[in-house]
Design a binder for this molecule. Structure first.
Ligand code: FA5
Length: 359
């Protein structure tokens, strides 16, 4: 450590020299005593502030004869320098101590139990929706979208279901006003896409929510989800539809599950079919889930009706098409063995945890 030489101040005799020495000793003692950064700042202020003791030494300069001023200044600077060094090194020691203390206080006890946050998971319905999408994307389909609040015109009329047609009873609806309703199926997207593609070939699916005034039971809900499919091109026939549906069902349920195509009626397809899959609960014997039939209906389908093609800008002499509407909940129920459709919507975490990891 630098120790300044003190050999003069004869102009003020031993008094000044003694003063400088005792000042340095005083500073040293205060620095040694300081046990926090705040204390050290106080020490600094006492000596270095405008009216501090070191500043006072400089003011004494004016009493010193000119020829001795330089020597005196040097001596005071040496004192200042030593005090600076002492302050800086003490500051380092105190900072280190403060850091160690902080680290000590913030030490993490890895043995303490952690806080448990739920991160959520994907509802099994969405897992199935994604799987259905992937199967059809693999067959070259594109994904289309349509509004959930739909015009009566698209939901019914452009699908060959004029007002007062008895087929409207098949899909009891939630109306917003006379001409607007919550769509009862994803089929209006057929009309929307046909009008958009203006006579060009089409190969789309459209997943989405639909709404009906159905009474809720094990297999019916007033809100559910469908995936619409529509293919329009030249030379499309019923065999293409059957092959497509069989491929989808085999990919979705495996080779072992039995399926049946039943002839049916939809005003927008001719001929029409409904597809049933053997009940997962009873294996086909009949139970409360399948209402004793041994089968669960998962989709409706058919060849696009010539009237629908015509109304939406396609010449039925030139173009044919098939369409289908798959009930996503029903597929999920069959796939996972879920015995009540309402379980998808009640948000019981114990139910969801069986299908997805919820931490
Ligand atoms: C229709 O909705 C037609 N739009 C399907 C269609 C599309 C036919 C294209 C021809 C061409 P349906 O009402 O049968 O059809 O419903 C289709 C599927 O939705 C049913 O097979 C069933 O899986 C499901 N579904 C129908 N109603 C309900 C309901 N209330 N709750 C849950 N799923 C339902």
């Amino acid at each position: 450590m630098f120790v300044p030489e003190r050999k003069f101040f004869y102009f003020l005799g031993g008094y000044m020299k003694g003063n400088l020495e005792s000042l340095l000793n005083e500073i040293k003692a205060k620095i040694a005593e300081a046990n926090s950064l705040e204390n050290l700042t106080d020490v600094f202020n006492i000596y270095y502030a405008k009216k501090g003791k070191i500043s006072e030494l400089m003011q004494l300069m004016r009493n010193i004869p000119n020829e001795e001023k330089a020597e005196y200044g040097k001596e005071v600077n040496a004192l200042k320098e030593e005090a600076n060094l002492l302050l800086a090194s003490k500051k380092q020691v105190l900072e280190q101590a403060a850091l160690s203390q902080q680290l000590e206080q913030e030490k993490i006890d890895l043995t303490l139990p952690g806080k448990n946050y739920y991160t959520g998971g994907i509802n099994p319905l969405f897992l199935i929706k994604d799987e259905i999408e992937n199967i059809f994307i693999g067959m070259g389909y594109e994904i289309a979208e349509g509004p959930e609040i739909e015009a009566d015109h698209f939901n019914f009329e452009l699908l060959n279901i004029p007002a007062d047609h008895p087929a409207r009873d098949m899909q009891d609806s939630f109306y917003i006003d006379e001409k607007t309703l919550l769509r009862t199926h994803t089929s209006p997207v057929q009309a929307r896409v046909m009008q958009e593609k203006k006579g060009q070939p089409i190969k789309i699916i459209c997943p989405g929510k639909v709404f009906r005034r159905d009474d809720d039971d094990a297999t019916h809900s007033h809100q559910f989800a469908q995936v619409e499919g529509l293919v329009i091109d030249k030379n499309i026939n019923m065999a293409n539809l059957k092959a497509t549906l069989e491929l989808f069902i085999r990919k979705m349920f495996g080779e072992k599950r039995e399926i049946r195509l039943r002839s049916s009626y939809f005003p927008f397809t001719e001929p029409s079919v409904e597809v049933d899959v053997s009940c997962f609960e009873c294996g086909g014997k009949g139970c409360s889930v399948c209402k004793g039939t041994g089968w669960i209906e998962i989709l409706g389908a058919g060849m696009v009706h010539p009237n629908v093609l015509q109304m939406n800008g396609y010449n039925p002499e030139e173009y044919q098409g098939f369409a289908f509407g798959i009930g996503i909940e029903r597929v999920a129920m069959l796939r996972y063995g879920i015995d009540d459709i309402r379980k998808f919507y009640t948000n019981d975490i114990r139910f969801l945890q069986q299908y997805v990891r919820i931490k």
